[in-house]
Design a protein around this ligand. Structure first.
Ligand code: AMP
Length: 289
């Protein structure tokens, strides 16, 4: 079972001990992998943990519902907190430390005065409806990187914009860490696993399949170009009035900006929609013809 720590001081002392124990057992430079999460763990998170175990001898999982990345106080309050169940799910994996701080441990003075800006792309897509969301994400990721100093940090492709912005922060700020990513884990019917899926009632859960189906339609239309991709995906998303589309965009992987109309080659289709009151996102890579 992992050691559960709630304070920065005990995180640091347990990490020191884990590093020196590993060294004693013959690993001269034990590698640390970090998996940041907000808890309410599902198989998607566990795929990240598996990757972390592959990448390092010492695995740290953080479970922190970061107030800085929530615009809406109600959304923050409603966010599921299930630490006991999370620890049970982590038990089969070789996780050394679970870092589960409270907000006052991470932000002892309340709102931070020094933060990371996610720049231009931070205000697009997820950032347009959730102002400041990515500044909050990058600030907490930077704090976690400073606290844990891992060789590898692991993220899910499910949050493609987040992966893009974290990689850019790591490059822009010369942070010495490898960013590993894991493909999106889905339910049998294609719906991407998300901690928010538990908020869907039966009708909404059924309707939520529209997101992954719209991406499948996008993939099928990719060889006919961006307009065809948009039309195909949109046709699926407008079929059910339980689903309210927020954005559907095709972006260039290297800039995360919208593709031009004559773009060809690899692109990412990103989608967000409200299903009932629950906001869901998904994405897929396509090859535009
Ligand atoms: P969260 O707890 O929602 O902040 O997610 C923590 C990490 O798990 C992020 O890197 C997410 O991209 C990743 N993640 C969430 N859902 C999935 C999924 N269905 N498949 C793979 N990774 C996921």
């Amino acid at each position: 079972m992992p050691i559960v720590v709630e304070t920065i001081a005990s995180l640091r002392s347990h990490l020191r001990r884990a590093r020196s124990d590993a060294a004693r057992f013959g690993v001269t430079r034990p590698k640390v992998s970090l998996v940041p999460t907000m808890g309410a763990l599902h198989d998607g998170h566990l795929a990240l943990v598996e990757r972390a175990v592959d990448r390092g001898e010492i695995v740290v999982v953080s479970v922190f519902v970061n107030p800085l990345q929530f615009g809406d106080a109600g959304d923050l309050e409603r966010y599921p907190r299930t630490l006991e169940a999370d620890l049970e799910k982590l038990a089969p994996f070789d996780v050394a430390i679970v870092f589960a701080p409270g907000a006052s441990e991470m932000y002892p003075k309340g709102a931070v005065q020094t933060s990371v800006s996610a720049g231009d792309v931070g205000d697009l897509y997820e950032g347009r409806t959730r102002r400041g969301h990515f500044d909050g994400v990058l600030t907490v990721v930077a704090k976690l990187l400073n606290l844990v100093q891992p060789e590898t940090i692991v993220f899910g492709d499910k949050d493609a914009q987040q992966v893009f912005l974290v990689k850019r922060m790591v490059a822009d700020l010369n942070i010495d860490v490898a960013v590993a990513t894991v493909p999106t884990v889905r339910d049998d019917d294609g719906l991407a696993l998300s901690s928010r899926n538990r908020f869907l009632d039966a009708r909404e859960r059924h309707a939520a399949r529209a997101l992954s189906r719209s991406l499948e339609a996008a993939e099928s239309a990719a060889d006919r170009g961006p307009d065809a991709v948009r039309a195909a995906a949109q046709a699926v998303l407008t079929g059910d009035d339980t689903v309210r589309l927020d954005y559907l965009e095709i972006v260039v992987p290297s800039t995360f900006l919208p593709v031009s109309n004559d773009a060809t080659g690899r692109a990412i289709v990103i989608v967000a929609a409200l299903v009932g009151d629950t906001r869901l996102i998904d994405n897929t890579a396509v090859y535009l013809g």
